[in-house]
Design a protein around this ligand. Sequence first.
Ligand code: ATP
Ligand code: MG
Length: 438
Amino acid sequence: MKNPELKKLNENRILAEDVFNGKEKYAEVSGWVHNSRELGKIRFIILRDFSGVIQITAVKGKVTEEIFDLMNKLTRESVVSVKGKVVDSKQAPGGKEIIPDEIIILNSAEDLPIDIPFDPSGETKTELPKRLDYRFLDFHRRKIQTIFKIQTTIATAFREFFQNKNYIEMQPPCIIGSASEGGTDLFEVKYFDKKAYLAQSPQLYKQMIACSMEKTFMITPVWRAEKHNTTRHINEIRQMDIEVAFAGQFEVMKELEEVVKFIAKNVIEKNKKELEMLGVKLKIPKAVYLSYEEAIKKVNGKPGEDFTPEQERKLCEKYEGDIVFVHSWPSSLKPFYIMPQNENKNSDFSEGFDALYGGMEISSGGQRIHLPELLIERIKSKKLNPKNFKDYIDSFRYGAPPHAGWSLGLERLTQVICSLNNIKEATMFPRDKDRLNP
Ligand code: ATP
Ligand code: MG
């Protein structure tokens, strides 16, 4: 299609949804051939665009022969543009259909390598790995589009919530010169003649912003070189983070409670159709606060140990649909930069927390250590070398207030809100230990 024609198509095109909502007697629609069928002398196409589907109906003798012939030659998922009369029809889905005067094939689709069910909310017969190999085609499915419409609401609501509270949006670096948390789970990259890493967290950087501009939020990718094979881990993650000065674990847990409620409210209001298609009944969660010691008892766990995935599920089941905040964890289970309870270096407990929702951890956070000497002690007690953290420690020497923050996984939250079995369903282009493409 040449420039002027494409311009005209773009200008005149209306969405399927608007055909139903509007009063147009004549419409030009463009989209994908979702389905086609024949019934005696009538041929139908269901045309799909991002807004919905509309039926194109051709009766032999009432449309040109050329159009009638074309109608059953169109392969599924071919891209077409259709001009025609809009008429009311009791049989057509949505009560309206288009009688075509002109059909232009913009691109014919070859045989589909994965199963795209006819029923938009239907299950595909293709397994997830193969669907991910053809992710671009999987995105043609309305059910998959639905997940990312909801994810858009989640990310937008997250931004809106913190913008309204005057937080600074930050863009942390993704290539870093040294390990931020001292772990070994980093991807190495070549950076000119130096060794560098993909950031596994924006930890140090967001602390520097909180210690100067007080309140910051971000949505940023992070990478973890862990060889997971679970339904809730990927190797490239989008994290929604905040960091706040003059705050402790309880203040930032409250922010997390409020933002998750705000996100749920937005999804319920803006994505009613999408939640229905996924068969999800979402409620605005209440928040439950338990100390680590209370929580580990409730699931018969061993004090001093992390919750198993099974225990996380059990704890959430006790508070169905709500967020469970487990605060004041043992220091031994939290990173070195988490403040010991009440700034007491001899305490076995910390000012660190996890938040569980929908059966799994969605967030970790806590108060950070802003006192260089205490930080050095904690680094040593974790058998790490303070020399490797010199820049980090030094950043707290020139006026660093107490501060706290957390990280909330965008894909995990999407997985929970959409009730998906696998986190990869909530990731447009997931990266796992075997997958780098597409
Ligand atoms: P888990 O114990 O569940 O593996 P974690 O404690 O290692 O998670 P954190 O370092 O606390 O993860 O990261 C903060 C948040 O980022 C997590 O609560 C989770 O929502 C998300 N997240 C972390 N690692 C992953 C991952 N590999 N895949 C998906 N999301 C992740
Ligand atoms: Mg965690």
